[in-house]
Design a protein around this ligand. Structure first.
Ligand code: ASP
Length: 330
């Protein structure tokens, strides 16, 4: 069990004496309550990202901007060597290179993205610079790296011993095939609504473990890994990027909310769409969405059991187990 899985196991099944059903029920109660309580709120994929939601909350609870909050949040797992799916410590591609993808979007609909970025610990901050300092939306590979260096980001070796060892082990068993399964999806997708009722989002990942060199997933693509619209709400996701890329999943969630769906129903609609379109791949691949609307209501949904998410709202930072579509008979 990798460290994140262990954390989830301990947190959800040990530390907090609540069953998954309790957690889902609790989440729904918060959902009901959050109908009345407006923003601010921060939501992020995966339970261990409570550290990220805390960093984001620190900013919005003092009246700061959602954009600053989501950037600060994403920087937490990016710098954490124990997080094997984001930034420093991320598992490498099948040739041993840690390649990073990230995107950020603000309340004005401005966006910045980097993909296939190497040796820079904070791709989310580079993405923000792309948004704020260039006429472009997406920089990739060597060009993104050169831009980051010119902006003063240090060159760093991001491959930790643990990740290198995992890669060595993988090579023994893998037949050089990229991993496609329900495990090992720990990307951070984070969306915040601030006290001014403005919405921003960010997403950062080292992508699918042991992917082909040059592979880019959904996470740096606006509308796929993350999307916000200040009139409506925002969504972000984790999971098999290829399925999300083909469906522009986060955009779909926001558009469902635009048509009147609650964040929960919107996330459910997107997952149902994915599963309907890719029934075979859905059996072996995980995707999970988080969503929040302008009122500060939120929701989450996944294909399979095992997705969870962190929410900071009303001064409480909590982890909830997401409901999911493909339920196996007991
Ligand atoms: N969505 C990411 C990607 O496909 C991976 C993940 O969430 O674990 O690159």
């Amino acid at each position: 069990m990798n460290s994140r899985r262990k954390f989830l196991h301990n947190t959800l099944l040990g530390g907090i004496a609540l069953s998954a059903a309790d957690l889902i029920r609790g989440s729904r109660e918060i959902l009901e309550k959050s109908d009345k309580s407006a923003s601010p709120v921060v939501i992020a994929t995966w339970g261990p990202n409570t550290k990220a939601t805390a960093a984001a909350w620190d900013i919005i609870s003092k009246g700061g901007r959602a954009l600053d909050a989501v950037e600060a949040g994403a920087r937490v797992p990016e710098a954490d060597p124990e997080d094997t799916s984001v930034g420093y410590g991320g598992f490498p591609d099948r040739d041993g290179n840690v390649t990073l993808d990230a995107c950020i979007m603000d309340e004005l609909g401005q966006a910045g993205c980097v993909s296939f970025l190497q040796n820079i610990m904070h791709p989310i901050s580079v993405a923000r610079r792309v948004m704020e300092k260039t006429p472009h939306v997406l920089l990739t590979g060597e060009g993104a790296y050169r831009f980051a260096r010119a902006e003063g980001f240090p060159h760093e070796n991001l491959l930790t011993e643990v990740a290198r060892k995992a890669w060595e082990d993988w090579k023994v068993r893998s037949e050089y095939k990229p991993v496609i399964n329900v495990e090992r999806h720990d990307t951070i997708g984070i969306v915040a609504v601030d006290q001014h009722n403005n919405i921003s989002g960010a997403c950062s990942t080292s992508g699918a473990a042991f992917k082909m060199h040059g592979r880019v997933g959904d996470s740096p693509i606006i509308g796929a890994g993350m999307f916000v619209d200040n009139e409506v709400g925002g969504a972000a996701c984790t999971g098999l990027g290829e399925m999300v890329l083909r469906t522009l999943g986060s955009f779909l969630v926001v558009e469902e909310m635009r048509r009147g769906a609650s964040p929960q129903k919107a996330a459910e609609a997107a997952i149902k769409r994915l599963v309907r379109k890719y029934p075979e791949q859905s059996k072996v691949a995980q995707v999970g969405f988080v969503a929040v609307d302008k009122k500060g209501r939120h929701g989450a949904y996944a294909i399979h059991k095992g997705f969870n998410y962190a929410i900071y709202q009303n001064n409480v930072n909590q982890v909830f187990e997401s409901d999911y579509l493909l339920k196996k008979p007991d």
